[in-house]
Each structure stands twice: as structure tokens, then as C-alpha cells.
Ligand binder design. Structure first.
Ligand code: GLP
Length: 240
């Protein structure tokens, strides 16, 4: 079972996970981080900014979990833009070492295989940061995703499009498709750190940590991982 750590606040969670990442970077300046978008990982990035202030991070490598398909990479809500704004710029990372799946229509046929090859060439992900959707998705692996799945195109569920509509002018602007690391891809990372905050995530967290292993709840895949840590606040832990 995953190791569960209950903390007082998002800030405490951020600083705990950031400390783990700093240790990783102390051991290897070119460690490979698995980056996630959404609001949940923001306290980790903020704590990293503080804990790593003044450090040369130009060797750090990173792979984002997912991207919308058909969105202009310059769009402020493309995950390329989000990762640039929230992680690359504040931490002073080298953008050439930080990868985001390519959601461009022209190359979408082989974008998944290309991304898998890039992760493999980097030697795999050392520490993967994860959030969880209210329907239990991780990355954009919606319910029904195979535990063996690799990076590929998926259709977003209505619920995820509604959840993410707040980032766009209207729900009609939320893309229909995404490209996401598969559950099989995520499980290859050497350490998984799943964060969740608030009552709205309590059900998904309980199902991921204690529920049956099922493709209906993609987050339950973390139970298959030998080194998974779940960092939650009291509210998100309330159904455990
Ligand atoms: C999106 C992302 C996920 C993220 C989820 C939860 O769908 N693709 O990686 O975990 O949203 O978002 P939030 O952290 O904002 O609740």
C-alpha cells in the first residue's frame, strides 16, 4: 500500500515534497523530474523556488504528464505554457531540458511513441509528481484507461472538461482531446508522489489508496507501485 502522509496545509505538503526533490538534486544535478499541471502541485513548485533559490538548476531534466491536443502551444492554458510559467521560469530551468507531450495535430500519430522514447533516453523519471482528478484520473488517464497504457491520445470526459473550464473563457473552448503519459508510463517512474487537497478529492483519494485495483479509478494504479507516497491534507484524507 502507498505510504500516506497527512499534513496540516498545502504549504506543508509543498515543503515536504520539495525537500525530497532537493535531496534528489543534491545527489544528481541532472535528476529527471516528472512534472504535473493543475492547481495541486503549485505549493511544491513554490517551495522549490524558495528552497532552491540561487542554485544552478540548468542540468535538471523534466517531463510533463500531459497536454491538450490541437491547442496552440502559445495559448496561456496549454500545458506547455503552464509548465513554462509555473516551473521553468520561476526555477530557472533550461527549457530545452523540460519536455511536454506534443499536442500538434500534424505530428499526433507518432507523438506518443516519440515521448516514450525521450523518457527512455533520459533514463526514466526519478520522481513523478501527481495530482488526482475528482473522477480519479491521473495525468489525463480517464476512467477505463489500461494499467499498461503508454503515452497516447485520449478523449477528455465531460466531467474533466467541466472541471477545467475555469481556465478557459467557456467550456466550449476546453479541448476535446489530450495526449497523456499512460498509467504504464507513470508506473515506470522510480518514485510516485501523489498530492491532493480538500474535501472534493477525498473520495478519489480513498478509492486510489484503499479501493480495489480498477481501471474505473485510474489512480488505484499507484497501489501497483513499490514506492508511492500520498501527501494529503485532513480534508482530502477524510474518507481514508
Ligand atoms: C488536470 C490534469 C491532472 C490534474 C487534475 C487535477 O486534469 N491533467 O494532471 O491532476 O487536473 O487538477 P487540480 O490539481 O487543479 O485539482
Amino acid at each position: 500500500m502507498a505510504e500516506v502522509v497527512i499534513v496540516d496545509s498545502k504549504e506543508a505538503a509543498g515543503s515536504l515534497v520539495a525537500t525530497e526533490i532537493v535531496e534528489l538534486l543534491d545527489a544528481r544535478a541532472d535528476a529527471v523530474l516528472g512534472l504535473a499541471t493543475g492547481s495541486t502541485p503549485l505549493p511544491v513548485y513554490e517551495a522549490l523556488r524558495v528552497q532552491l533559490a540561487g542554485r544552478d538548476l540548468s542540468q535538471v531534466r523534466g517531463f510533463a504528464l500531459d497536454e491538450y491536443v490541437g491547442i496552440d502551444p502559445q495559448h496561456p492554458e496549454s500545458y506547455r505554457s503552464v509548465i513554462t510559467r509555473e516551473v521553468v521560469e520561476p526555477l530557472g530551468l533550461d527549457p530545452r531540458r523540460i519536455h511536454v507531450p506534443n499536442g500538434a495535430m500534424e505530428t499526433i500519430q507518432h507523438a506518443g511513441d516519440d515521448y516514450e522514447a525521450a523518457i527512455a533516453a533520459a533514463g526514466g523519471v526519478d520522481l513523478q509528481i501527481l495530482g488526482i482528478g475528482t473522477d480519479g484520473h491521473i495525468g489525463f488517464n480517464e476512467p477505463g484507461s489500461s494499467f499498461a497504457s503508454q503515452t497516447r491520445v485520449k478523449t477528455l470526459t465531460a466531467q474533466t472538461r467541466e472541471d477545467n473550464a475555469r481556465f478557459f473563457d467557456s467550456i466550449d473552448d476546453v479541448p476535446m482531446h489530450c495526449i497523456t503519459q499512460g498509467l504504464g508510463t507513470i508506473l515506470k517512474a522510480r518514485h510516485l508522489v501523489l498530492l491532493a487537497f480538500g474535501e472534493g478529492k477525498a473520495e478519489a483519494v480513498a478509492a486510489a489508496v484503499e479501493g480495489p485495483l480498477t481501471a474505473s479509478l485510474p489512480g488505484s494504479a499507484i497501489q501497483l507501485h513499490p514506492h508511492a507516497t500520498v501527501v494529503v491534507d485532513e480534508a482530502a484524507a477524510s474518507r481514508l
